[in-house]
Design a protein around this ligand. Structure first.
Ligand SMILES: *Cc1c(COP(=O)(O)O)cnc(C)c1O
Length: 352
């Protein structure tokens, strides 16, 4: 049977109104890629997979939730949607709103959104407004606007977003035949860690598929759940998790506790090193997406995690193509030479 998007595939398991008609771009069904060489580099003797969510239609997992949020909004006759975004939510909301013929308004922190994400939101026809403030400021503004106007909020405070994002957990179990022993992923506003835990629990209730331990990873300059208090001025190269007041913070803490996992923080350096390592394995992700694996590497190195014989899934949340600047900043620029055979030959010999 042809794949027709996450709502159609998992509808009986999703808490969505029965009358809605799916607005879909055939999100989901993303690859679970084995990365044995990377597992070996991290100490070996375990099975490591990357759930590559960058393969979604707008390049991040946000599409799984957006298909449900936008479908539900259309179903109750809403004409406009709004979100605050560090970038990927904006691109996703813009695309699905365009698909449904809705107006999309996205509020982003000025100068802090990766070029490819902003370009996406604009290309899909969203009205993009930059505010002179943080993501957290943007989120509290859009919450107020949605309370006073007939404009649907499509941030992950919207419960339908979580319903859609659960489907990634279902897909992992459907592929592996059971839940992995560990799941690691980046944590920003904490909707995704909450969704995964909901999904694994729900499947376990029906299929006895087991439950993973969850390792949630924040960036050190933006780690409210590790510090135990909000961060007023969050900073990190991983812009998608540059969030100081996670909307789903309490649920994230519950997911980590109930799963016997934990939430930790890693440095920007560790994140960029892991981004490069993943790329050297053929998987180019944006910095935030490398945080989960950077956290796993951190714990293994510190002797805090013995993975021997276990199955581990790392969620890589978004594609590297949307954040090209970070590559040009942190990696060498291509050499420039004249169009000359012997010069080229020398350069290639020298590079060996
Ligand atoms: C949104 C996002 C995150 C953070 O997810 P939360 O649900 O906010 O915790 C991480 N990585 C990428 C690429 C994202 O777009």
């Amino acid at each position: 049977m042809a794949f027709t998007g996450v709502i159609a595939r998992y509808r009986p398991l999703l808490d969505v109104p029965s009358h809605i008609y799916p607005v879909t771009l055939l999100e989901g069904d993303t690859p679970l890629i084995p990365v044995p060489r990377l597992a070996e580099e991290l100490g070996g003797h375990f099975d490591l997979y990357v759930k590559f969510e960058g393969m979604n239609p707008t390049g991040s997992f946000k599409d799984r939730g957006m298909t449900v949020a936008i479908s539900e909004a259309v179903g109750r006759g809403v004409q406009a949607v709004i979100c605050a975004s560090t970038g990927n939510t904006a691109a996703s909301a813009a695309a699905y709103a365009a698909r449904a013929g809705l107006r999309a308004i996205v509020i982003i922190p000025e100068g802090k959104v990766a070029a490819g994400k902003l370009a996406g939101a604009v290309a899909y026809g969203a009205e993009v407004i930059q505010i002179q403030g943080s993501f957290d400021d943007a989120l509290s503004l859009v919450v107020s606007i949605s309370e006073h106007h007939p404009i649907a909020l499509v941030n992950s405070l919207n419960p339908y977003r979580l319903e859609g994002q659960k489907t990634a957990a279902f897909e992992i179990v459907d592929t592996l035949g059971k839940a992995p022993d560990w799941l690691c992923l980046p944590v920003g506003n904490a909707g995704n860690i909450t969704s995964y835990w909901m999904g694994f629990q729900q499947y376990h209730g029906i299929k006895h598929s087991g439950l993973p331990q969850i390792l949630g990873v924040q960036a050190q300059g933006s780690a409210p759940l590790v510090l135990g208090h909000p961060v007023e001025h969050p900073e990190t190269v991983a812009t998608a998790i540059r969030i100081g007041r996670p909307a789903r913070g309490e649920q994230a803490m519950m997911a980590s506790e109930q799963s016997h996992g934990r939430i930790i923080a890693v440095s920007d350096d560790e994140i960029l090193v892991m981004q490069r390592r993943l790329a050297r394995n053929g998987i180019w992700v944006e910095p935030a997406s490398a945080a989960g694996l950077a956290g796993l590497a951190h714990e293994v190195k510190a002797g805090q995690l013995d993975l021997k014989g276990l199955q581990v899934v790392a969620v890589c949340t978004g594609h590297g193509m949307k954040d090209p600047d970070i590559i040009s900043q942190s990696m060498p620029h291509p050499k420039i030479i004249p169009p000359d055979y012997s010069i080229l030959e020398k350069v290639i010999e020298g590079d060996k």
